[in-house]
Every structure is written in structure tokens, then in C-alpha cells.
Design a protein around this ligand. Sequence first.
Ligand SMILES: NCCCNCCCCCC(=O)CS
Ligand SMILES: [Zn+2]
Length: 667
Amino acid sequence: MKMGTALVYDEEMTKYKLLWVDPACKIEVPERLTVSHEALVKAGLADRCVAVPVREATDADILLVHSEEYLEAVKKTPYMTLEDLKEFTLQYGDVYFHPNIYHCAKLAAGAALQLVDSVVTGKVRNGMALVRPPGHHSMRSAANGFCVFNNVAIAAQYAKQKYGMKRVLIVDWDVHHGQGVQSCFEDDPNVLYFSWHRYEHQRFWPQLRDSDYDCVGKEKGAGFNINVPWNKVGMKNGDYLSVFCHVLLPIAYEFSPDLVLVCAGFDSAIGDPEGEMCASPDIFAHLTHLLMNLAGGKVCAVLEGGYNLTSLHQSVCQTVQTLLGDPAPRPADLDGPCTSALESLHCVRSAHRQYWSCLKHAAELPSSEISTKCIKLEEEEEEKQQHQKKEEEEKEAWPEPLKRLTPPVRTAVVLPDGVVCPDGCERFSPSEDLNILNKVRENFLKGPDDSDALTTLSSLTALVEKMEKNEICNGLALVRDVSTARMCVVQHAATAHRNRVLMVCVGDAVVPSPGTDDGKTLLVQFSNTESEEQKGKFHIPVCLKKGCSDVSGFTLAVLGLLLPLGYEYDPSLVLLVRTPGSGLCDAAWQQLTGLLQGLAQGHTLVLMQEGEKACVGPTASSLLGVAAPSLGKLPAPLPEDVQALERLRHRLQADWKLLQTTAPETA
Ligand SMILES: NCCCNCCCCCC(=O)CS
Ligand SMILES: [Zn+2]
């Protein structure tokens, strides 16, 4: 499987700027690109990428989205005087022209097409295009919001036309609604457009009625346009992750795209004057990671907005470093979604429940008076927040994202002699560390002579120690006795006081509840047997009618339950245990292994029963960072599974805020 990350950039795109006074446009400056690119160079990330040259989009490329008259009009701008340019600009909104902007707009669109070529032909696995002018606001026959040509919309049409891509997912995490993208594809069921955006009940630019959650697409495209309006500023990491886990990812997996394009705007990060949100730059490492197992990893990120040069360059680095496969930083102290975000979440899920089987269970929209009451309630909160926000603005500051050091060894394996070490992995030699050997001997050995158990258990202990020191990223062990191995790992990991172990079990082995409910271990167990005993906050049985053999139900449980739990729990180690009888297909198992690596700085330890030897290769592939194979278009999950998950989420959301999908009942 091809690895490699493309970086498409050319300094020519810095060579235009605002030539007159216009307060709405002055934030769109050339430094946005130079600062971002220099940060990638300084962080040593640019050198790790495959440099892909830009090219000018041809007329034919541009006409995939725009009208001839618009293109002909823009073609005239290089020859215009300053007065003509001002005149020409007046017909559009919140955008400016410059003698060189037509050239740069062709390069920006061409850069996106070069990126698509590199990814789709397999030259690289994924990549990022650092471009300006941005694109997602430009309409078929109009420039808008700093945008001239719609770079990502052109890229999507190009991918469909040139490569016969059936289904393209566009994720727009920019803080503005890409109305240009929406209008291009709103009747197209082959392009799923997702956008969240600052909206404030249509009070925020561009103040469009069509940006609200009930604009779901038209005719054949109904359901393939997802708008998540942020009706308040100050949204944080927990708000963003909730929307990914409870809206975007379940639908994206059901849609099963052949290609993922990202309108990667970073004005949704903290410090940005446009967005006024509070999400930290490292959240983009997680948003990127969560998309990287879709479409076999074919992800093309194209820069859109981002106007605070500090959070912009930090967010760009977080995104590129994740595309390169480096483990994501641990998500620091996530809050649950705020009331306003929950209302939006609930409305979006209700608006789309008829189109997506993963949402069938979404509760009915609250009757109209309740929703207006919510808005009234919000307006009161708003007054309070407004003056508070004024003070905050001055001291907007956030910690520099932690340096993400990549362990020297990516994947270590503990395997019985007869099993070959998968390519790219490092066989972990048994430990000679005497105090480990003694501890294992006295705590876990049944018979004194059980030498190979001693070898296995001491190797595992040593492996966990090396993961804690970040010398090894993740590991895989094929063991005879999984339950003893599991206890050994949990016991060792728990000794380090601040450790938390997320243990995920698939298969029919009965897993005893972790000792006390002290929170040092969170056990999530997938099975098909309804367990009778009441579990605590830290032991969560997920019972699916057909266990893990139903990929749709399993995927829904992973995306809408396991991931939010994992992010909120924020473990230092993820212990993924597979025992026979899970019925889990390799692709679903690899998706699980891939997605969980977004937690614990990628420290995932997979324990498998010896009988699962055939699964060593696929597991190693995921642990090495290779994208999991696509699951294909998912059939509808079993209604009883959907209801069971919904009930479980409602039962747990008092303890686990990221499981919430509806606003607390208004008094
Ligand atoms: N006219 C009131 C000023 C509001 N600012 C709007 C500026 C357009 C923002 C477009 C953008 O950021 C592209 S990602
Ligand atoms: Zn924007």
C-alpha cells in the first residue's frame, strides 16, 4: 500500500494583495501562505512530504464548475487599471481583485487538481495543498468571500470526470459555510458535502437561510448536504468531536466515499478574528485522523480560510503531521458539547434521519414552541456572554501545541517462534529484566516451569514500559492465554499512577469486570450475549444482536459510542483484545484498530489469542499506519441494535458527556 504525503505549494500564490482600503478583506494577506509554509519547513514536516508542483487550471478545468461568462470576465482583470479593478470588484461581495489574482486563482485550483492526481494515481497516500485565493465561497458565476474559483468543487468534478470516482466526500471544517460548494452539488447524490459554520441564527456572514441545518440537498441530492450551524461562538474541541462522532462519521461510513476532499479552513481555530471559536490547533490532528480510514486513506486537504497567523500555522502543521502518519497528541481535558451545540446536533440528526439508516433512531424534532424557547433561552445567555466575550478578546491566548515526537519504533510484536514477523514490524525480544521476571513469576505464573508464559508475560510488561517511554508507538502480541496476558498488562499499566487503560474486547471470552470502579481502567466489551449484571461507569458491555458480525451495527457502535467514550476518557494506553468467535471481518477489525490510534498518542497494544494467527498481518498493517480497507456501502444496521445503542447512550450520557446528542430538556 502506497504511503507518502504530498505537499502542493508555490510562492507565486503569495503575489497578490489588497490594493485599496476594504475592512472586510484586509485579513486575507499573502503572509497566510508564507507563514504556513515556513512553519512546515521549520518543523521538518515539509521535507518529509513529497513536493508536488502546482499547475494552472485550464479553462476546461474551471468550466467544470464556473460559467463561461464568469471565466471570460475574470480573464480581463490582469489588464485592468486600479480603478477598473475596484469597479469590477464592486459587483461581488467581500472579495477583491488584483492584476495577478487570476493567475493565482488558476494556480490554486490547479494545485488542488495536482493533489487529486497524486493521490488517486497512488503516487502518494494523501496530501495537502497550501493555496490562496481560497475557493469554497465562489459561485458558478460570482466571486465571493475572498474566493475566485471554487478549488475543491472543481477538484471533486475533476475526480469524478477524469477518474470515474463514484462517491466523493467533501468535509468543510472552515468556520464559514461553503455556499459555493453547496450550490454546486446540492442535487448530486455522488458528492456528500458536510460543513459546519458560524451562523448565529443567520446573523453571521454570509447570513444565508440556505446555510441552516434543514438545507439537506435537493431532488436526487436530498440527504447529501449536511449543514451544522454554530449558533454561538466559543465552540471548543468537545463540540467539534461530538459532531464528527455523532453526525459526520456515521454518515460518511454509510456513504463509503472513494475519495475525501477537505475544505481545510483554519478560521475555526482559537484566535481567529472571523470564527471567534475556542478549539485548539491540535484538534485538527484528530479531525484529520478520523478521516484517514475512509476511502482507503485517499484524503486531499486544500487550504481555505484561517486569518490568525499563529493558530493558522499551528493548525496546518497539526494537519500535515497527521497526514504523515504521526500519532495525534492526547486530547487535553475535553468538555462535553455546550447546549447550543447540542441543539444544532439534535436538529441536524433529525433533519437527516430520513436519509441515513445510521440516524433512523434520532429523536423527533422538539415541537416548535420548545425550539423557540431554546432560542429565547440562548438570547438571554447571549447578553451575558457578549460583554464577557469583549474582555476575553484582548487576552485570547492558548498553549503552543506540544511537540509530537515520533517513537523510533512504530510497531513491536511478541509472537510465538513459529509465527513470522510481519514486514515493517520489530520482533520484541524477551525481557532479561530480573525485576520484571520476578514480578511476573510471583504474580501470574501458575506452574513454576511455565517458561514460555514467563517469556510472553515479561515481554509484554517490557513492551508496555517502552510504550510509556514513547520508545515504541504500538504493539501486537499473539498469546496462548489472553486473560492472563490482559491482567498482566492492566496490572502493570495501572501501577504508573496517572495511567488510564482503555480496554476494548471483541470476541466471546467473558471478561471479568476490572477490579474496582476506580476509573483506572475503562472496559468496553462487544459481544452478542446480553449480560445480566449491572455494570458500573467503567465497564460498558455493548451487546449487538449478531455481535460484531454485523458490520453496520459494529461500525455505528464504534463511531457513536466507543470513540466518544475513548476521547472523553483520554487513556494513556489502549488495550485491544481479540478472542475467537468475534465474527469480526478483517476490514472492520482494521477500521477499529486504525480509529483507536487517535487515542493515547497512538499507544495501542493488541492482544490476540493464538487461534487468531491469520489476523496478525492485517492487524500489523493497521498498526503501521496503513489505512484500513473501505467497508463498502454499509447496509442498514439492525433496528434492535440501533435502539440498543441509543438506550445505552442515554443511560451513560450522565457520566459521559460526549455521548450526548440532544440538549438537556429545557425546564
Ligand atoms: N461584511 C462584513 C464583514 C464580515 N467578514 C466577511 C469576510 C468574508 C470571509 C470569507 C472567508 O473567510 C473565506 S474562508
Ligand atoms: Zn472561512
